[in-house]
Write a protein that binds this ligand. Structure first.
Ligand SMILES: Cc1cc2nc3c(=O)[nH]c(=O)nc-3n(C[C@H](O)[C@H](O)[C@H](O)COP(=O)(O)OP(=O)(O)OC[C@H]3O[C@@H](n4cnc5c(N)ncnc54)[C@H](O)[C@@H]3O)c2cc1C
Length: 417
């Protein structure tokens, strides 16, 4: 089907998108492991070396730290090409959670922290993880329930608590840990982010959590922080700013998940289209049967509307980050649900093969299912979207707009609408 939208893509980036497309289709598709198997680490490193040689490595990361410096508003076509292969984002070093961490470190880390933590991440020399979610009754959908604490001591901080679903923790060199902190000096109480090397005494990766997805290396284990002592220089940015920085990370990070998984949805749709072309049923090709056409057209609509909302949100995140962050909720709900539907319909069109390991579609469905939960579940975002819509409309009415649906409007003595 049609390639990702290249609307307003500068000429040099059209070239990068094409190179990425060729690299993914010619080099990565033949190198993919069987559905459900992980890419061996030595194979991943060898493919990363090829990606560097091809000039497609770390497209989103700042040039001064070793990336290609593509601006955020133009990430989508390139990330979608990467996502066309489930190993693409990892080989191109634009995979979660590293990619979101890179973006946040580029925005809020000190120059020394960028040198120590960001540069090796961009170059693919280390990996990272992000520790926000906790076991009940701690932080999950509600970050305000954060229970991990960091206590100020003379020479730094002591962090205690437990995280879970810490993607990549088994292979990470460091974790960005979110902890609750008291007010210190001029810094307010709230949450603070800490850059904590995984080999710091007291950091212990705990039990694995076996989820349905496979392509994030390092699993999603528990992480125990047992009186982890770090220096003041471990504070990412400033104390008390953790919740604000989480938004700096999560707005773009949930949108890049949409981009990558939309690439995989395109792959699923192409698989279904090829099957519908080749398969004859009831004396006709499958693609000519009306109900099959319904499945195909609904998927094309889901892909195209996702592409459009991603592009709009990416531009908003640059032009008006606050509005962009709010719009990223809309994009996240739409894309995560639409991408799931596209892959599910592709399975349906492929019949029994769709749910067998003869095709990778069932594994794709396993990969995208958790996306309806992480980065804020569909329901959490719907709740936020509705609250924002109500309060924005309330403000308009307070500023003089007629309250159209109010019980007092239209007046009973009037037939105006
Ligand atoms: C594969 C995977 C990878 C992950 N990686 C990371 C990671 O790297 N780092 C990290 O910190 N976390 C990670 N997470 C955790 C993820 O962010 C949380 O699972 C998510 O925030 C939901 O929290 P919870 O699991 O505690 O569910 P809960 O908070 O218990 O929510 C359960 C359900 O409640 C419903 N709900 C939520 N809000 C509302 C509402 N306002 N109104 C109505 N219903 C609502 C939703 O249906 C939601 O699914 C990962 C999770 C998964 C599955």
């Amino acid at each position: 089907m049609a390639a990702p939208s290249s609307h307003a893509l500068p000429a040099d980036l059209v070239g990068l998108r094409e190179t990425t497309r060729r690299f993914v289709r010619e080099v990565l598709l033949p190198a993919e492991p069987r559905p459900g198997d992980e890419l061996a680490e030595e194979d991943r490193l060898a493919l990363q070396a090829q990606a560097r040689d091809a000039g497609v490595f770390a497209p989103h990361a700042p040039r001064e730290h070793g990336g290609l410096g593509v601006p955020l508003q133009h990430w989508s076509p390139i990330f979608q090409e990467a996502g066309y292969s489930p190993i693409g984002p990892s080989v191109l070093n634009c995979m979660a959670p590293d990619e979101g961490n890179m973006h946040m470190l580029a925005q809020v880390a000190t120059p020394a922290q960028q040198e120590q933590f960001l540069r090796p991440l961009v170059r693919g020399e280390v990996r990272s993880c992000f520790g926000m979610t906790e076991p009940h009754p701690g932080a999950g959908s509600d970050p305000g329930a954060l229970r991990t604490t960091a206590r100020k001591v003379d020479d730094g901080w002591v962090i205690s608590g437990e995280k879970r679903f810490t993607s990549g923790a088994l292979v990470a060199a460091y974790c960005i840990v979110m902890a609750r902190t008291e007010a210190t000096g001029e810094h307010p109480a709230g949450a603070t982010m800490f850059l904590v090397p995984m080999d710091t005494p007291g950091m212990r990766v705990g039990a694995p959590i076996h989820t349905v997805d496979r392509y994030i290396a390092g699993g999603h284990p528990h992480l125990h922080l047992e009186d982890v002592h770090v220096g003041d220089d471990a504070v990412l940015g400033a104390p008390g700013e953790g919740f604000r920085y989480a938004q700096v990370r999560l707005g773009p990070a949930r949108l890049t998940h949409c981009m990558r998984w939309l690439g995989l949805a395109r792959r699923a749709l192409d698989t279904a289209l090829d099957r519908a072309e080749a398969r004859e049923l009831f004396g006709a090709p499958l693609h000519s049967l009306g109900l099959a056409q319904g499945l195909i057209s609904d998927s094309v609509i889901d892909v195209e509307t996702s592409d459009a909302i991603i592009t709009k949100t990416a531009h908003l995140l640059v032009d008006d980050p606050r509005a962009g962050s709010a719009m990223s909720s809309v994009a996240k709900v739409h894309c995560s649900e639409a991408i799931f539907r596209v892959i599910d319909r592709a399975i349906q069109l492929c019949g029994g093969d769709g749910v067998s390991d003869g095709l990778p579609l069932a594994q794709y469905l396993n990969e995208v299912r958790p996306f309806r939960i992480y980065d804020g579940s569909t329901e959490t975002h719907q709740w936020a979207i509705a609250r924002r819509a109500s309060s924005a409309r309330r403000r308009e009415v307070e500023q003089g707009a007629p309250a159209l649906g109010s019980p007092a409007y239209p007046r009973s003595d009037s037939n105006r609408h």
